[in-house]
Design a protein around this ligand. Structure first.
Ligand code: AMP
Length: 568
């Protein structure tokens, strides 16, 4: 027997319509490419998105078309998203930090027919446009007076295009499982792969992210959305905000400490979300300037592991609660969030901090478990660590174009490529990426745990650990350190510091000091590039060799300023 409730497909156009009806005057503040600040409302964004949508339909956009965007977080980008998704076309966000070869590959693989581009990225596209084989129209996201001289062919100004539309367009009216958004994974091995979100998955993720166990937001909140819209739906905030009436502030291209502080302060933001690097820059700036954060309630930190020092500094110096989150492009992306639940209320600060530093618990729309290499489930005891598997309506079941074939196991689990523990209360902790875990004598060493332990050294600005070949143990850890400006330390200092903090056999076989550690397009440490850089390096513990160091590494070094918490 069927329930007798109405058939109301969960399509994302309803989200902006809800905002238009229920909180049309809540604000969206954007930093533009030239640094200026503009303001609009959900009501205006809805009206403009409909006009843009009708103009795009008149120019041929239809259900299933892929429409590219390469843009910062700003209101025009949001208008473009909803204009595209409303008619069932697919909003394909591209990360502008990609290498040109990857950019070409992704745009061609997706078959983008129209392409929205912010002023900052016009020249990047000009350089490759002859090899972009499917794009018939470029839309530059600016007003007519800002239109640059460009060699892009078939180009139009965003505002001019919008003027062509009358807002008379049908939104929705298709199945909720229709594709909605496309976002390629960073592709550290092989070609990038397209994660294809549906209207249903995005709506469920947006609703979930707003729950008290997740971000817990409503119209009293103002969110500085630093996490880019081109990185997995800006962690669903682009859907959660119009659903809940939360005001939005978008930083455009300026993500340095001073610019972030200015927006947090002037716009009285209560919430923000970004990767650890952004928060390190902000904390550095606050340390130097002496400013405080009187309005900010919580920050969500994810994308890579949140260092203990960031969480503690936010807590103790600024009274801001850090919520640690884990997720991936394939999980829409919020897979877990770490909040203290009632069972842990009696723990002291340090004990609670250790739990909050875990990646956290799953919301309702996702399940997880850990398994060994044979696929056997491992205990949820907080000790055993294995391959982290996930499933649920916000998790991918395949990649765009069928790349990689069937990506689920027989029971529908997706292998995240992360290695993790899950404790009896359900808190998950990432110990590594499966390809980064160091396999020493048949046991696993977590590179992330080692990095975090080393990062607590007062002279460490950034640390990375990679496994190096070893004839006896198979692999042994090498610790790579960038020192803070004006500070010095030796390999022995670091080893002494780590003694007692890690298992004896986890002790790195060597510590190497470098000027910089390479990062990938989403700001994460690129272990792939590090491994390339250290190719041929021989650990001093490998007998009968000279222990060769790569060019550019130094035993002991004074460094110019990088992101450091202490700013000394
Ligand atoms: P991406 O698809 O680019 O968002 O990358 C997803 C990957 O980032 C995950 O599989 C993890 O390896 C890593 N990641 C995301 N959040 C965290 C976190 N809080 N702690 C550690 N690793 C994380």
């Amino acid at each position: 027997m069927q329930g007798l409730m109405q058939d109301w497909q969960l399509t994302t156009d309803r989200i902006l319509r809800h905002a238009k009806i229920n909180h049309p005057n809540r604000t969206i503040v954007s930093r533009q490419v030239d640094g200026s600040i503009t303001r609009t409302t959900y009501g205006e964004v809805y009206d403009r998105a409909r006009r843009l949508s009708s103009a795009l339909v008149a120019r041929g956009m239809k259900l299933g078309d892929r429409i590219g965007t390469m843009a910062w977080n700003n209101a025009r980008h949001m208008e473009a998203w909803y204009a595209i998704m409303g008619v069932g076309a697919i909003c394909h966000t591209l990360n502008p930090r990609l290498h040109p070869d990857q950019l070409k590959y992704i745009a061609n693989h997706a078959g983008d027919s129209i392409f929205f581009v912010d002023l900052s990225f016009v020249s990047q596209l000009e350089a490759v446009q002859d090899e972009l084989t499917t794009i018939g129209l470029y839309v530059i996201m600016c007003g007519p007076d800002e239109m640059p001289e460009t060699t892009l062919k078939n180009v139009i100004c965003f505002e001019t295009l919008l003027e062509e539309g009358d807002g008379d367009v049908v939104w929705g009216d298709f199945d909720e499982n229709t594709a909605c958004g496309l976002c390629y994974t960073s592709g550290t091995t092989g070609n990038p792969k397209g994660v294809l979100y549906s209207h249903r998955s995005n709506t469920l993720m947006g609703m979930t992210a707003g729950l008290p166990g997740c971000m817990g937001v409503d119209g009293n909140d103002t969110c500085l959305m630093v996490v880019p819209m081109f990185h997995a739906n800006a962690w669903a905030i682009t859907f959660t905000a119009p659903m809940t009436g939360m005001n939005l502030v978008m930083p455009g291209p300026m993500m340095d400490g001073a610019s972030i502080y200015q927006l947090l302060d002037e716009e009285k933001c209560t919430l923000s979300a970004a990767v650890p690097t952004v928060w390190l820059m902000l904390l550095n700036y606050l340390e130097e300037s002496g400013h405080k954060l009187p309005h900010l309630r919580e920050v969500v930190i994810g994308g890579s592991a949140c260092p203990r020092a960031i969480m503690e500094t936010f807590d103790k110096k600024y009274g801001v609660t850090v919520i640690h989150a884990w997720g991936m492009t394939e999980t829409s992306p919020l897979g877990t969030m770490s909040r203290i639940e009632p069972e842990l209320a009696d723990l002291d600060y340090d004990q609670q901090l250790s739990v909050r530093l875990k990646q956290g618990k799953t919301p309702f729309v996702i399940e997880m478990r850990i398994v060994d290499d044979e696929g056997k489930e491992l205990p949820r005891d907080g000790i055993a660590f294995g391959n982290l598997m996930v499933r649920g309506p916000i998790v991918s079941r395949g990649y765009f174009g069928g790349e990689d074939g069937d990506i689920l196991d027989a029971d529908g689990w997706f292998d995240t490529g992360d290695v993790a523990t899950i404790d009896p209360l359900g808190y998950m902790q990432i110990t590594d990426r499966s390809k980064d875990v160091i396999k020493s004598g048949g046991e696993w060493i977590s590179s992330i745990d080692l990095e975090n332990a080393a990062l607590d050294h007062p002279a460490a600005a950034e640390c990375a650990v990679i496994g190096m070949p070893h004839p006896k143990w198979d692999e042994r850890p090498l610790l790579i350190v960038v020192l803070k400006e004006g500070m010095s330390a030796t390999a022995e200092d670091f080893k002494e510091f780590l003694t007692g903090k890690i298992a004896k056999w986890w002790m790195p076989d060597d510590v190497v000091f470098v000027d910089d550690i390479p990062h990938g397009p989403t700001g994460k440490i690129s272990k792939l590039d590090l491994r390339k850089r250290f190719e041929g390096y021989v650990l001093p513990t490998v007998k009968n060799t000279g222990g060769k160091k790569p060019a550019g590494s130094k035993e002991k070094k004074k460094k110019k300023k990088r992101f450091s918490l202490f700013g000394k």
